[in-house]
Write a protein that binds this ligand. Sequence first.
Ligand code: FAD
Length: 453
Amino acid sequence: PPASDSIIIVGAGMSGIMAAKTLEEAGYKNFIILEASSRIGGRIHRGDVAGNTVEMGANWLFSGGPKTSPSMTIAKKINLRRIYSDYGNISANVYKQQGGLYEKHVVESALEIADERDAFCTNLSKTFSSENGRKDDDISILGAQRLLKQVPRSPLEMAIDYFYNDYEDAEPPRITSVRTTFPRFEEFGEDSYFVADARGFESVVHHIAKGFLSFKSNQITDPRLKLNKVVKKMSYSKDKVTVKTEDGYVYQAKYAIVSVSIGVLQNNLIEFLPNLPGWKSLAINNFDMAVYTKIFLKFPYQFWPTGPGTEFFLYVHERRGYYPIWQHLEKELPGSNILFVTVTDDESRRIEQQSDQKTIAEVMGVLRKLFGNKIPQPETILVPRWWSNPFYKGSYSNWPNGYSQRLYNDLKAPIGPIYFTGEHTNSSHLGYTDGAYFAGINTANSLIKCFKQ
Ligand code: FAD
């Protein structure tokens, strides 16, 4: 029988690493970490575009609130280069479907209404969670817009609405819960800092890992971390867990912590034996895994506006979310001539399934409308495919309207010796690296409590 303190952690993203660190520091060192890919960091993932570091996954750190977030604290400690994202001048950079800019004052009034809707959602969320609020009260962001009689209708209003909501939640306002989504940034603030460091955002996770796992010349060599181990099957009973990996190995322990994304769980990429109980499957499959895609394009030279106040521009199209939000990396990667566009949800899924050539053709169709027919073709395109990737199946979770606190408790609950963690299990920072950070600590602490009983 496995040792009474043995633990298998599945996944070495932020939450799995934090769970391991918490166990180690509490004196529970008898764990192994099984990670499917060849690296740690998970959805914090450095990418490369013609020799330039870009972030395929998590990109922004937040500050300006009453507390400093843990990932920001580490970023400061390791001097991670980060650049303030200035959205202040967006009203001067909104393009019409056929090209040409909207007049500034027209965009400004649409932004004012969007601010009003945000404030309304924040207040609603507070009344829902106040002492007099009813426990399960909730509404979607779209529902709240209806209550306020401020439903976006024109393509411009839709583009602004997308910028306020989908750009953060990666799902439309029709879906997202007001109660849990607002106020989004109360604790750590909403000043966004774009990580632009050759080491990548993932060096934050490396820094944490090196604090408790043994390493040699920057490589983690701790035998407890096992890379390229794709967990396929977890059999469990009251007193042990048996884990099978794709390469035919079998591992046994008294307990397990599963840190894979909710997308992986929803796609049954790990088989549980016996099957997870019905109430648990319901909680897993009712939650949402959203898709958020940054498409990076490197051009031979800049043909877009540069200088202060030009960093972000919006493209308005009758098809909501069609190549809507653009950013140049003039400050982040000077001289790289890299531009990127963010898409989400159905557009992400559509684009993941088509060839990069087709995507280039679509993107060029948009850019020619904005900057003329003489612009050059991109030299390189990078389209991260988070939704198709069997180790993620999406980018991050989103709380859908109608999903109750009771279901959420079920989502987080252990099943026998199997504990669940990951960004999706931390409601106060759901979807963010800080959510994964706290989730790992909390799950490990629940297990430690169980050890002590
Ligand atoms: P993961 O990082 O997914 O870790 C789980 C690990 O399990 C992975 O390493 C995976 O490879 C492994 N795994 C999966 N299946 C198996 C298996 N069968 N066997 C073994 N191992 C397996 N957050 C922010 O704070 N700011 C941002 O700007 C931001 N932007 C984002 C943009 C994108 C495109 C994406 C994808 C995410 C973004 N996030 C952002 C969210 C943030 O990256 C995540 O919330 C966080 O990194 C999740 O950590 P985790 O440990 O919960 O999950």
